[in-house]
Design a protein around this ligand. Structure first.
Ligand code: NDP
Ligand code: 8X3
Length: 254
């Protein structure tokens, strides 16, 4: 029987690449995000490969929406084997004394609270259905180190690091595995979102070196979820070869 994975933030970047990867590997998919048009077109693409797809359009920051969507799944979608907690963002790159509380709230509400709301609902389903499930949290190199002006984004990803460890301890008794994948720079819509749609500024982030692409991270996720049942990948840091830490890059002049 096919396994089922739920991927948050499947409308772009790492989440979308992971949806394509897991569909290729034979999973049925629950794809989520706020952009309904993108969910619809991804569903159409994935279904052409005989994957069953359920699209759920909700904002992970809204606890009521998360609950309504995930506690009322159709019966044939209740058995979720893998949850990929991917939805997340950075907003701004400002010194803490110049920070903007709207940006801070968006990051904290999405990256920490959203991940918690979704994990809670999916953990209930895994327990009720006696699934030996797997939760994969997308952390970041920003959850391992802090960099100048990264303040609140780094704090949220340090929280994901701590929550991944805590979830692994608490869910062990239910045989639910927890993995954290921590990428360095991946060229997605991440920087466009961070810089409030300033495309020129976003592009400069990836100039002069070869960043990861979303599929590189999807391959790591696939590696983690395809281990035998007695093996768990606790934590994986995956970086561009030209990036040694959050802020040390080997850049060529263009
Ligand atoms: P993208 O901006 O390309 O994708 C982000 C995804 O998250 C989108 O599908 C977006 O969907 C979804 N999302 C954002 N906010 C919400 C929300 N409130 N409710 C529901 N979905 C939401 O960025 P990436 O693919 O790069 O980012 C994915 C994850 O990877 C994030 O957690 C990010 O922090 C992490 N990461 C990224 C790195 C990078 O360099 N790119 C490096 C390390 C980690 P929609 O807008 O449709 O809601
Ligand atoms: C995204 C990578 O280095 O911009 O998590 O924080 S970084």
């Amino acid at each position: 029987m096919k396994k089922t994975a739920l991927i948050t933030g499947a409308t772009s970047g790492i989440g979308e690449a992971t949806a394509k990867m897991l569909a290729e590997k034979g999973y049925n998919l629950i794809i989520t995000g706020r952009r309904a048009d993108r969910l619809k077109s991804l569903k159409e693409k994935l279904e052409s490969n005989s994957t069953h797809v359920l699209e759920l359009c909700f904002d992970v920051r809204n606890e009521t929406e998360v609950k309504e969507n995930l506690s009322n799944l159709p019966d044939n979608w209740k058995k979720i084997d893998v949850l990929v907690n991917n939805a997340g963002l950075a907003a701004g790159l400002d010194s803490i004394d110049d920070g903007n509380s709207d940006d801070w709230n968006r990051m904290i509400d999405t990256n920490i609270k959203g991940l918690l709301y979704v994990s809670y609902e999916v953990a209930q389903l895994m327990k009720e259905n006696k699934i030996e499930g797997h939760i994969v949290n997308i952390g970041s190199i920003a959850g391992k180190e802090v960099y100048p002006n990264g303040n609140v984004y780094c704090a949220t990803k340090h929280a994901v690091d701590a929550l991944s460890k805590g979830m692994r301890m608490d869910l062990l008794k239910h045989r639910i595995k927890v993995t954290q994948i921590c990428p360095g720079a991946v060229e997605t819509e991440f920087s466009l979102v961070r810089f409030h749609n300033d495309a020129d500024r976003a592009k400069t982030v990836y100039q002069g070196f070869e960043p990861l692409v979303a599929n590189d991270v999807a391959e790591c996720i696939w590696f983690a979820v395809s281990r035998p049942s007695h093996v768990n990948i606790n934590d994986m840091i995956v970086m561009p070869a030209a990036q040694a830490s959050s802020s040390i890059f080997l850049k060529q002049n263009n």
